[in-house]
Design a protein around this ligand. Structure first.
Ligand code: PLP
Length: 403
């Protein structure tokens, strides 16, 4: 049996979601068709919308189904930008935290490159938490010139929970729309979906199917569509709705919301056991992100750097030993890049490249943690030896003038 410690990347489908989807998978009808089968599919979509809205405490008309977190983030960021610019051309600024997921970071950078957006990056402290004062100062000094602000609810790499209540209150007071990426937070910690202007969610992070998500867009949220076509979702998102997918999303979401506190407590205890056991084995490992309860850190998240190792080498060694984990960093053309999140937290780039994320979820047990703790000592030893070889060959190459 493999130990799966990568629930933040994707968590297994919940039984309730599978059961809800199975009878729908065999139906071919398009929810926009007018015949009986089409109307039955439409009914399923609208029931799923009502269920998602109820789980989130918003109105059904505020739930737009999408193909997942990435699409929801793109629709919110670009859609709000175009709509706000069209209302007032002076609105050239976009405020964004430095630790956003690439699904937010890249559309923000794209707006900077292609649309002339002036991006203002919101700094974070050593635990990855934004400084709300910087946001308040920006809002006070430039409220008329800001198109939108975007701050994630919880970070996918280090699990830091942001002070969204304060962020939302400050943006609302200044009349600036706020987008929140709640992809990692939803299902792990309490989320007030009604606080921001738009909120992105993804089904496969909470036990629903892959390739489905939603954007919660509050009434009156100014959004220009990204995709044009049938206008299925309030004329804002075109494309045939994935009927089994949204049924699965609704079932998974209502399940995870029902036992949120109990699951957070169970995962928090399991994670604390992982952290303590890991530090016993590797006392020089550095835990990144905040220490504390679910109000400051996602309960299933642990993130460490292992000095002297390359994170990707350690990942492959653990993989060979039957343990699935993740590095936080993206690989650009085969070259491991230090994570922008860790760099924003002031972590040294070499140390940042030695990091691994362990993330727990609904199927996680103590046996998974034990499997990691058993596989880690030999993996660490080999990764350290490999790290030393790499460092000494780099030094030898440098001495010979080879870059
Ligand atoms: N936002 C965050 C914080 C994420 O962790 C992810 C996925 O890892 C996404 C957005 C993208 O979601 P999806 O995989 O549904 O496109």
């Amino acid at each position: 049996m493999r130990a799966y410690l990568d629930h933040a990347a994707s968590t297994p489908l919940l039984d309730c979601a599978r059961e809800a989807m199975l009878p729908v998978l065999g139906h071919a009808a398009n929810a926009s068709s007018l015949h009986t089968a089409g109307r039955a599919a439409r009914r399923r979509v609208e029931e799923a919308r009502e269920s998602v809205a109820e789980s989130l405490g918003v109105a059904p008309s505020e739930v737009l189904f999408t193909s997942g977190g990435t699409e929801s983030d793109n629709l919110a960021i670009k859609g709000l930008w175009w709509a706000r610019k069209a209302q007032d051309s002076r609105r050239a600024r976009v405020l964004a935290s430095r630790v956003e997921h690439h699904a937010v970071l890249d559309p923000v950078l794209w707006l900077g490159e292609h649309e002339g957006a002036e991006v203002v990056w919101l700094d974070v402290d050593a635990s990855g938490r934004i400084e709300v004062e910087q946001l308040r100062d920006e809002l006070a000094d430039h409220a008329d010139g800001i198109a939108l602000a975007t701050v994630m609810w919880a970070n996918n790499e280090v699990g830091t929970v942001q002070p969204i209540e304060q962020v939302a209150a400050a943006c609302a007071e200044a009349g600036v729309p706020l987008h929140v990426d709640a992809v990692q937070a939803l299902g792990s910690i309490p989320v007030d979906a009604a606080a921001p202007t738009t909120l992105a969610i993804s089904a496969h992070k909470l036990g629903g199917p892959m390739g489905v998500g939603a954007l919660v867009a509050r009434r009156g949220a100014p959004l220009v569509p990204l995709t044009h076509g049938g206008g299925q979702e309030r004329q804002v998102r075109s494309g045939t709705v994935d009927v089994p997918g949204v049924v699965g999303l609704a079932a998974a979401l209502s399940h995870v919301m029902a036992d949120l506190p109990q699951r957070a407590e169970r995962l928090g205890e399991l994670r604390d056991g992982l952290v303590a056991g890991l530090l016993d084995i590797a006392p020089d490992a550095r835990l990144h992100g905040p220490r504390g309860g679910a109000e400051v850190r996602l309960p299933g998240n642990a993130h460490f750097s292992f000095p002297g190792c390359e994170g990707d080498a350690l990942l492959m060694l653990l993989d060979a030993a039957g343990v699935d984990v993740s590095t936080g960093s993206a690989c650009t053309a085969g070259v491991p890049e230090p994570s922008h999140v860790l760099l924003a937290m002031g972590i040294d780039p070499v140390l940042a490249r030695s990091s691994l994320r362990f993330s727990l979820g609904h199927t996680s047990t103590r046996a998974d943690v034990d499997a990691l703790l058993a596989a880690l000592p030999p993996a660490l030893e080999r990764a350290r030896r490999a790290g030393q070889v790499r460092i000494s060959s780099r030094l030898a190459a440098a001495a010979r003038g080879i870059p």
